[in-house]
Design a protein around this ligand. Structure first.
Ligand code: ADP
Ligand code: MG
Length: 453
């Protein structure tokens, strides 16, 4: 059997297993490019198709290939514009074949010990007027861990670089002091969950013990703990124990301590006892510098006029700025189009859609469930199955983005969940949308689906 024949036979089996629209959308223009050492390489026409098939149909593809040829051990997927071209050896002139997902950032592994992502470094943090105070404070903390600015409290709006900077401090300290210093990064959402779980399972002592053994505790987005009484109390005690022992505490928040509502006064005054620094929205110079830095990291060149255009139009925050840059680069890569200022403006405008007014929340949830091919019951259920969780989080994000609904309402609507769960989901999906063009495209498809309904 040739590769072609083998694949046609496999497709015949796959077609029976999945719905027709899905088959046509995702697998119709696929081919078996190679088979070596039991590894089958499947070519798909776009990054979206690749991601989709990889995530949803990998097992089915493997099973049907294995049924036909039992030496098949694994399947890999790749993007091809044209199967023949892919197989030719690359000539020097050709652009390197890049996976758009890898364009913007290399996948780093989060360190399970510290929870730190090594991609956040001080070297990759561009300093400008809006963040220089925070940056200087970070430097002082690294020099004199636990002694100078304790706690270090950084605050600022969404996407201005708080997480980047506090993780970079953690990474720097870890590298500098190696195993002598125990660093831990914790999104406050996780801290809340651990406390709640600890109380419920009567294992609070274990949680306490764990946190009190840390040398550098980094808590991200502390505003979420406000109003959660038992978590606040627990955090207060942890804070005191660490602080008394000259352990470093680093905190980020979306606002200064005095504006966090319902935060216990004693906790507020602890926060105010250290160094408070703000991270302001980036000014034009910083936006240009961050864009150039990103391009240099990825070894990509684009015109100054394009950089200026993006930096002028995308002002709100750096996460959005990165997201737009990724989409622009992805556009150039996937369509082979030369970039013009006009095209870039168009791409930016496309991403700033008006809210949809004549859609109700149930329609949004229904469309998401349909898209993910899961039952309505499952999307609002309490199951933690990966595919349900993803669909649920996307639904939360779209309810927020398209309808501007409140977090408590969104949480309630998707299975009576807490508003912090909704906030977390929305932020997570937003980040993913900005970083991952394939994912962003899927979310666009869902929006189209909602629009058509
Ligand atoms: P926040 O936590 O304030 O919401 P993040 O730290 O997640 O924001 O930053 C959003 C994105 O912008 C991240 O990808 C981050 O790496 C990037 N970023 C933020 N500030 C800078 C900076 N000063 N230099 C380079 N990249 C930055
Ligand atoms: Mg953050």
């Amino acid at each position: 059997m040739t590769l072609e024949e083998l694949w046609q036979a496999a497709l015949g089996d796959i077609e029976i297993e999945i719905s027709k629209p899905n088959f046509i959308t995702w697998l119709k223009n696929s081919s078996l490019l190679d088979k070596n050492d039991g590894v089958a390489l499947i070519g798909l026409p776009s990054i979206f198709a690749k991601e989709w098939v990889e995530n949803k149909y990998q097992k089915i593809v493997l099973r049907s290939l294995r049924n036909l040829d039992e030496t098949t051990k694994r399947v890999d997927f790749t993007v091809m514009n044209n199967a023949k071209k892919m197989l030719l050896p690359k000539t020097k002139k050709e652009m390197p074949v890049m996976d758009p997902d890898q364009l913007a950032f290399t996948e780093f592994r989060v360190d399970p010990e510290t929870n730190l992502n090594p991609k956040y470094t001080l070297q990759s943090f561009v300093v400008g007027a809006s963040n220089e105070l925070a940056y200087a404070a970070a430097g002082a903390v690294i020099e004199e861990v636990g002694r100078k600015y304790n706690p270090l409290f950084l605050y600022g709006g969404v996407g201005v670089g708080k997480t980047h900077l506090i993780q970079a401090i953690g990474n720097e300290i870890k590298n500098k002091y190696q195993n002598k210093v125990k660093v831990k990064y914790v999104p406050s959402e996780r801290f809340i969950n651990e406390v709640v779980q600890g109380i419920r399972t009567k294992r609070m002592e274990v949680v306490k013990e764990h946190y009190r053994n840390i040398d550098v505790l980094i808590i991200d987005d502390i505003q979420f703990i406000s109003g959660k009484t038992s978590t606040e109390i627990e955090f207060f005690h942890t804070f005191n124990t660490l602080h008394e022992n000259n352990k470093q505490i680093i905190i980020s928040s979306d606002r200064p301590p005095k504006f966090i509502p319902t935060l216990e006064d004693r906790l507020r005054s602890r926060f105010e006892g250290g160094m408070i620094a703000d991270v302001a929205p980036p000014d034009y110079e910083l936006r240009v510098a961050v864009l150039k830095n990103k391009l240099a990291e990825s070894k990509i060149q684009i015109g100054e006029d394009i950089i200026a255009c993006i930096a002028t139009k995308v002002q709100k925050n750096l996460r959005e700025l990165e997201g737009v840059l990724n989409r622009v680069l992805f556009h150039r890569q996937s369509k082979g189009q030369d970039l013009s200022v006009k095209l870039v403006e168009q791409i930016i405008n496309e991403t700033n859609q008006e809210p949809m007014v004549n859609v109700n929340p149930n329609q949004v949830i229904k469309c998401v469930a349909e898209y993910f091919d899961i039952a309505l019951n499952d999307i609002v259920s309490h199951s933690r199955k990966k595919e349900f969780v993803e669909a649920r989080q996307v639904a939360m994000y779209l309810l927020r983005e398209l309808l501007g609904l409140s977090y408590p309402f969104i949480g309630e609507k998707l299975g009576k969940r807490d508003h912090t769960t909704a906030i977390y989901a929305c932020e997570k999906v937003e980040q993913e949308v900005n970083k991952n063009p394939g994912f962003s495209q899927r979310v666009m498809l869902i929006k189209e689906l909602i629009n058509k309904n």
